[in-house]
Ligand binder design. Sequence first.
Ligand code: AMP
Length: 498
Amino acid sequence: MTSGPVDLGARLFSAARRYGERIAVRSGPVDLTYDELLGRAGGVASNLRGAEGDYVGVLTQRGVDGYIAIHGTVLAGKAWAPLNPALPDDRLAAIIEAAGLTTVVCDDACSAIADRLADRATRLTVVRVDGGRSDPVSPPRRSASDPAYLLFTSGSTGAPKGVSVSHGNLAAYLDDTVATYAFRPDDVHSQTFEFSFDLSVHDMMCAWSTGGALAHMPATGAFAAGRFIVGSGITCWFSVPSLAILMQRTKALTPGAFPNLRTSLFCGEALPASVAAAWHEAAPKSRVDNLYGPTEATIAISRHTVDGSKADDGIVPIGRAFSGQTLALIDAEARLIEGEGQGELVLGGSQLTGRYFQNPEETERRYFEAEGSQRYRTGDLARRDGNGVFHFLGRMDSQIKFNGFRIELGDIEHAGRRVSGSDELVAIARRDADGVVTGLALVIAGPQKSAAEIREGLAALLPRYMVPATVKLVDVIPKNLNGKFDRAAASALLESER
Ligand code: AMP
């Protein structure tokens, strides 16, 4: 396996110099060559010169200016911390404070939000992606342990959890992934993920380190996704399974629909075998892989290639660990389980980020040592079969995936308590017959406010995708034998009238 520089800035800079005339970014009718990307990202980098600290916030829409902002932040030798403009100001302000950000790069669409955030922060400099260019200068050197990006995920206590991924973590991922899929300069990579979702790092960095084009897919429906694949000449696809499920349901996966795809990757939640099979028929020349991994282990850490000739039931296995990484199982006493068996999935290897960002309690809860190396407890229940292949069985806690978004139900409950003044509440993920989450609800007893007022209050505290569509007021929430709120019984109340 040939490996690239550990330093992401060096990797991007040398690729951009090498592939100058090729297309680096495609968004609708706009094409940006590597020379143009380097010039405009260089403009951002020169405006970031002198910025304090390791991290710079990137507050942009997904699209050309966002790509320039991230590329420029890397060229400046800084780690980017995406600030999703869909989040309420309060949550963005909490992330800025937790990350200790003193500089934020923003595009035109987000400049009003950036100004509001600057007004309430003690000290926040706003740098605009303004079309300025600068001659490329090689980025300052970063070492393996320096941070490359910082993401915040939903936390069960209501405070978002920070995960800082190092240049070494990311280089391990990129080396293995680029070698496995043999990405080439004539590849066109889909870009479907929000910047606040780490799978977007795969899209950008796999394309930009191999001279390929990154094609921005606007947030649109399933039919448009099919048109996007064909119209943009996509050869490498990457999305959450939810999008493929929607495409299958709306009959967008017709046999042979995507003849130019050569790799199709799915990650972030369970991939139904029937959907993988339909994708295989729609993209007959494509390798179809199910990737698995949490943000804490850098994008993805295991893969399973779907065998198009074999009709599997249920969901596609999560497969085997990437080279240099490990997947293992532990029992209830945190002892490693050898051979076939079932238990909590634990991860190890050079992609492990090793700790939560400035959060020793959560780090202590999730990381431990086994057989001389550090491991991360995923909270996922898994089974290893007789061939050493891992299968995902579900979560062991109340973390869920909804349209690919990672959500702690406890995070919604925490916001519910703040808004309603009631402690008697339960957040519920509604599921269809296949177990796929179709919606969120909050069941609440004894609030001083109406359901509509509570929803409004939640919208001011939570990302849009976490705001429950249903807020149900009830007299009491049933408890189980241990005296805890009973989610299943509360769920049944949703269907009842008050
Ligand atoms: P995130 O950090 O947002 O990538 O979420 C990580 C969690 O998503 C994992 O711990 C799993 O619960 C779930 N997940 C990711 N990939 C898969 C997959 N291929 N199959 C089933 N669950 C997955």
